[in-house]
Design a protein around this ligand. Structure first.
Ligand code: IMP
Length: 184
């Protein structure tokens, strides 16, 4: 694949998801769990995760859009959020009294998850946990942390396994960095 550099292989992802699923299963103490995936990036991760947990599990999706800075002359930091996050699709079932795990592909500045956490807590779930596949903690702007983290990664733009650049690359089975976007 031209210009892409392999960061995390499909085998590493699969192994880590098994570990995360065991932790989620143990922490859930046999209670049912509703997984809420953030469209579209988390769709691939969510479907792999829920097939590994040993729980009475159901799932739903929520949609948000955040506004990125327009690409500059050197396409620098085009994925920076301006801080505006907006709901594009709400969950379809009630969260009240349920054990909810919000599932996101990547925790970056934290704006999206801070917005969603506040929104979902308003639904009065019994508990709310956050699971992310990737954590780019160097870029955090808001103090939001995940309960389950697949991989901590450096400040580089990544694609594959659900993650996109302009809707491209979501179907790649591994996770790659896009060096020209990452500013290398
Ligand atoms: P945050 O609101 O800044 O934490 O960003 C979260 C969202 O930004 C993620 O759900 C992704 O859609 C997007 N994002 C952040 N970093 C990357 C990346 O490296 N590749 C692809 N999408 C990213």
């Amino acid at each position: 694949m031209q210009n892409l550099k392999l960061l995390i292989s499909r085998e590493q992802i699969a192994n880590r998801i098994v570990e995360m699923s065991k932790q989620i299963t143990a922490d859930s103490l046999g209670e049912p769990v509703l997984f809420v995936g953030v469209l579209k990036g988390a769709a691939v991760f969510l479907t792999d995760l829920i097939r590994q947990v040993d729980l009475d599990a159901s799932f739903d999706f929520i949609g948000v859009s955040s506004y990125g800075n327009p690409p500059g002359p050197k396409q620098e930091k085009v994925w920076d959020s301006t801080g505006e996050v907006r709901l594009t699709k709400d969950v379809e079932q009630s969260l009240r009294g349920k054990n909810v795990i919000l599932v996101e592909d990547i925790l970056d500045t934290g704006l999206t998850l801070a917005f969603l956490k506040r929104l979902l807590l308003g639904h009065k779930p019994k508990s709310l946990r956050i699971a992310v596949l990737l954590d780019k903690s160097a870029r955090r702007k808001l103090a939001v942390e995940a309960d389950y983290v697949g991989f901590k990664i450096p400040d580089e733009f990544v694609v594959g396994y659900g993650l996109d650049y302009a809707e491209q690359y979501r179907n790649l089975p591994d996770i790659w960095t896009l060096p020209q976007i990452s500013g290398e």
